[in-house]
Design a protein around this ligand. Structure first.
Ligand code: TYD
Ligand code: MG
Length: 453
C-alpha cells in the first residue's frame, strides 16, 4: 500500500518545518516564505541513507588520514579559497546570482583537472550542445570529461556508481528531482533531499562533488541556505554584473580558513585569475583630483588597495542627499555626524556621495578613515596627494582606533608604490621604522587631514 502523504509547510529561507502555515516564519522572521509541501513518510533518500551508512564506530587513531591529499584545480585563486585544493570526498557548494559565472568557472577547471581525473559534468540547465559550445569557447577539450544532461537524481546517482568518476559537478541542484519526494524541483524539500542523497553516495565513494546553487531573493526557489549545513564548503561567487570582476568568497570550509577570497575577471574566453587585485582596482585612477583617497582593507588574509571617491556639493533644496555605493549607508551617516561634531567639517547643507571603485564593498571598519578623508578632500576641494594610502577605524569621539594586520597593509601599500600612509597612532607605536615610506600616525580625526597638508 502506498504510504499516505502528509502536508507540511517549509520555509524557503531557513528550512523551518511546521504543520501549519504562517505568514511570517517563526524561525527566521522572513515574511511569506512558508510553502506547502507533500511528504511521503518513507523516502527513497532516507532508505538509501540507512543502507549506505556504516554503523561501526572506530578509534580515531585507526582512521587512515587520507584527507590531506588535494587535487589542484589549475586556478590558484580557487585553490586558495578552497584551502589548498579539492579534498577527496568533499561536497562543495557554489552559490551566486544567475549569470555570474558559476557554470563557466566549473567547466573551465575541467581542462586542468581532466588531465588526471575522470570528471562527470551533470547539467540540468543546458543541453549537451550548449555545453560543448561553451567548452569550445573556454578551450576545454579534455578526454576525461563526460557530460550528462539529466535532472533525475536517481539516474545521476546511478552514474556515480556505474561511471566511477573522480569528480562530479552538479549544475544546478535546483534542477535536480528525486522521485520519492512529492514536490517540484527547486523546492526546499527537493533541494535538501537531493543534497542528502548526493552526500551519502559521494562520501561513501570518496568522490568530491561541486554543487551549483542559485540564490534567489524572492524565496520562491529554495536558496542554498538549507544546504549549507550539509555540505563541507560553501563558496559565494559575487560581483556586479556590469563590471567584469568577480570575487569568490568562502563562507564555510571544513578543510581550511573561511577568510580567503579569489579575484577573477570575466573575459571573452572565460574567467581569468587576477593575481594583482590591487593593481586592477587602482587602474585608471585620476591624478591630482580632490575627493579621492586610496584605502587599504583586508579581504581575508590578503590586503587590498581600493580607491574611495567622495563628492560633496551644495544641496539644491530640501534635505541634503547622502548616497553610498560599496559602503554602508548608515556608516556614512555616522561618519558625517562625527566629521561635523568632532572634526568641525560641516556637511549639513551639502549633498554627500561616496563611491568605491571597481564594484568592491568595503565592510571593514578600517575603511572609515579613507572615506572620511575623501569627503574632507572634496569639501576643501584639495587633492590629498596621489601617493597617499589610509586605513583606520573612526570612533564616535572622533578618535582613530587601531585596526588589525597593520603591517600587511603597509607592505601592500609599499609594494604598490605608495609613499605616505596615514594610519592609527596606536598601530604605528607597535611597528618598526621603515625607510623610504612616510608613516603618519594620527590619534584624532581632526588631525588626519592636517597631517597631510
Ligand atoms: P554562466 O557561467 O553561465 O553563469 P551562471 O552559471 O552563474 O548562471 O556565465 C554566464 C555569463 O558569463 C554570461 O553573461 C556571459 C559571460 N561569459 C563571458 O563573458 N565569457 C565567456 O567566455 C563565457 C563562457 C561566459
Ligand atoms: Mg549556469
Amino acid at each position: 500500500m502506498p504510504a499516505k502523504s502528509k502536508t507540511v509547510y517549509l520555509c524557503s529561507q531557513c528550512g523551518f518545518e511546521s504543520p501549519k502555515w504562517y505568514g511570517k516564519c517563526p524561525s527566521c522572521g522572513e515574511w511569506n516564505t512558508l510553502n506547502e509541501e507533500f511528504r511521503v513518510p518513507e523516502k527513497a533518500a532516507s532508505a538509501e541513507r540507512r543502507g549506505a551508512s556504516a554503523s561501526i564506530s572506530s578509534k580515531i587513531g585507526d582512521i587512515s588520514p587520507t584527507g590531506e591529499k588535494r587535487y589542484k584545480t589549475g586556478l590558484k585563486e580557487l585553490d586558495r579559497v578552497l584551502g589548498g585544493g579539492i579534498v577527496h570526498g568533499a561536497l562543495m557548494l557554489i552559490g551566486g546570482d544567475p549569470g555570474i559565472g558559476k557554470s563557466t568557472l566549473l567547466l573551465q577547471i575541467c581542462q586542468h583537472l581532466g588531465k588526471a581525473l575522470k570528471i562527470l559534468y551533470v547539467s540540468g540547465e543546458e543541453s549537451a550542445r550548449q555545453i560543448k559550445l561553451r567548452a569550445d569557447r573556454l578551450q576545454v577539450h579534455s578526454d576525461n570529461l563526460y557530460v550528462l544532461c539529466e535532472t533525475d537524481m536517481e539516474t545521476v546517482l546511478e552514474h556515480f556508481r556505474s561511471d566511477a568518476p573522480d569528480l562530479v559537478i552538479i549544475d544546478s541542484i535546483q534542477t535536480m528531482n528525486l522521485a520519492g519526494v512529492a514536490s517540484s524541483s527547486g523546492s526546499v524539500a527537493q533541494v535538501r533531499e537531493c543534497t542528502n542523497a548526493i552526500m551519502h553516495v559521494a562520501k561513501g565513494a570518496d568522490i568530491p562533488v561541486f554543487i551549483v546553487g542559485h540564490v534567489n531573493k524572492d524565496g520562491a526557489i529554495a536558496g542554498p541556505k538549507v544546504m549549507e549545513h550539509i555540505v563541507d564548503c560553501v563558496l559565494h561567487f559575487e560581483g556586479d554584473r556590469n563590471t567584469s570582476y568577480r570575487i569568490l568568497r568562502c563562507v564555510k570550509n571544513r578543510y581550511g580558513s573561511t577568510n580567503e577570497i579569489g579575484v577573477f575577471e570575466m573575459r571573452d574566453q572565460g574567467l581569468r585569475e587576477v593575481e594583482n587585485a590591487s593593481k586592477m582596482l587602482l587602474d585608471g585612477r585620476p591624478t591630482n583630483v580632490s575627493g579621492t583617497c586610496v584605502a587599504c582593507i583586508m579581504e581575508g588574509t590578503r590586503p587590498l588597495l581600493a580607491e574611495v571617491q567622495g563628492l560633496v556639493s551644495p544641496t539644491g533644496f530640501g534635505n541634503p542627499r547622502r548616497m553610498a555605493t560599496g559602503f554602508d549607508y548608515n556608516r556614512l551617516s555616522l561618519l558625517l555626524a562625527v566629521l561635523e561634531k568632532r572634526g568641525g567639517y560641516y556637511f549639513s547643507n551639502l549633498d554627500a556621495y561616496v563611491n568605491v571603485v571597481g564594484g568592491l564593498r568595503l565592510d571593514e571598519p578600517a575603511a572609515d578613515l579613507p572615506v572620511a578623508l575623501s569627503l574632507i578632500s572634496s569639501l576643501k576641494d584639495k587633492a590629498l596627494g596621489d601617493d597617499v594610502v589610509a586605513f583606520g577605524e573612526i570612533g564616535l569621539a572622533g578618535e582613530i582606533r587601531s585596526v588589525t594586520n597593520a603591517e600587511n597593509r603597509i607592505n601592500e601599500a609599499v609594494r604598490m608604490g605608495f609613499q605616505k600612509i596615514v594610519l592609527p597612532y596606536h598601530n604605528l607605536r607597535t611597528l618598526p621604522k621603515r625607510d623610504g615610506v612616510k608613516l603618519i600616525g594620527v590619534k584624532m580625526l581632526r588631525d588626519a587631514y592636517e597631517a597631510l597638508g
